[in-house]
Write a protein that binds this ligand. Sequence first.
Ligand code: ATP
Ligand code: DNN
Ligand code: MG
Length: 390
Amino acid sequence: MPVAAPPRERVTDDPLHAHGGGHRGGHGAGHSGGHGAGHSGGHGPGDGHPAGAPAGEAHRDGAPAVPPLTATAPPAEPEADPPALPIEEPGESPAEPLTEAEVDGEALAAEIGNELAAQSGESPQTGESPQTGQSPQTGEPQPAPARAEPHEWRGIILVTGTDTEVGKTIATAAMAAAAQAAGLRVAVIKPGQTGIATGAPTDAEVITRLAGPETVRTLAEYPEPLAPLAAAKVAGQAALDLFETVDAIRAEAEKHDLVLVEGAGGLLVPMGLRPSGEPWTFADLATTLGANVIVVARAGLGTLNHTALTLEALHRRGVYARVILGAWPHDPELVHWANLGELVPHLVGALPSDAGSMDPGVFRRSAPGWLTPALHGVLDNWRVWAEEAG
Ligand SMILES: Nc1ncnc2c1ncn2[C@@H]1O[C@H](COP(=O)(O)OP(=O)(O)OP(=O)(O)O)[C@@H](O)[C@H]1O
Ligand SMILES: C[C@H](N)[C@H](N)CCCCCC(=O)O
Ligand SMILES: [Mg+2]
């Protein structure tokens, strides 16, 4: 089964991929002209975050590059060479139909391993490579660990999902736990928590229980289980302000090695209002901060479309993104293996479906095994992972 290449990076200055890197200064020049003295001049190079967000990401006062819920609009500054779709590169041969031999999880898992090996410049499982080792059991050549991301992600990471209830909170807790175990100082921020009136534990409470990061902050809470802007309106409460949110996140980034920011629902959910009165979305937060994004996705049927849509929306905005599977089933079916094969070039993690109900001690010890080294975990071979998970 062909596995598409990861999306080409439009962003050449990608400091979140580098150890100790700063953040692109998307809150700099584009912002300083229009939001009053409180912000002008306060978010340029002098704040320790080098300016230089790509032009297409620059914030425009009161005019979001892509208005919420009208995501079919082209990017504000169309590229001469539009990016390829994230899941399927143009010109790639269409997926070959599964052969009989492939219609079982084991065969697919092995094929995933070979695809990964090929992508990382290694020979497939049956080939020769100076990088391959030998299996102690069989003596057969084995692919060396495949790392999708060469560097650890630090600084500000935004966590969105392909939908609500996909496992963003559990995945955020896992990222926090793995990073803490690696010695990083971690903060988690939930800008808009809705549904307080339901009495369900808040995302901050879940993350505190499971991962216990140094800092957990919720910026605004609303009673109704709605999108944050809608919840603010029905409650007659103040809507989240984009730039107050940006400032709160950056303040924590000054004090922590890693700041995980969990959205509400998916990428284009209206989060709050700009000073101009226009709504802003989590995508706008990503471009304003110049932050990398983790997309938490489901493992089952329907996820390929939802994940591709979300990755495409991020790609068009120049935002670098990777994917975590929020809940990998204990008894995966063919569809799960097939989806894994398609998504694995984008993946930096996958959580077992019982992760959220684990004892916190078990959760914290296990979390590094669910995440690749990019996210301070130890998952460095998807083939081995697939074999163990299956
Ligand atoms: N890996 C997992 N293990 C156990 N439970 C999970 C897992 N992933 C998700 N769940 C459960 O599914 C539900 C939704 O998960 P979660 O709260 O993480 O979703 P979310 O994407 O953060 O949603 P929201 O948009 O409301 O923030 C929760 O009840 C959670 O316990
Ligand atoms: C209440 C829920 N669990 C989330 N916190 C909010 C999800 C908003 C989704 C809005 C939408 O996409 O229709
Ligand atoms: Mg959540």
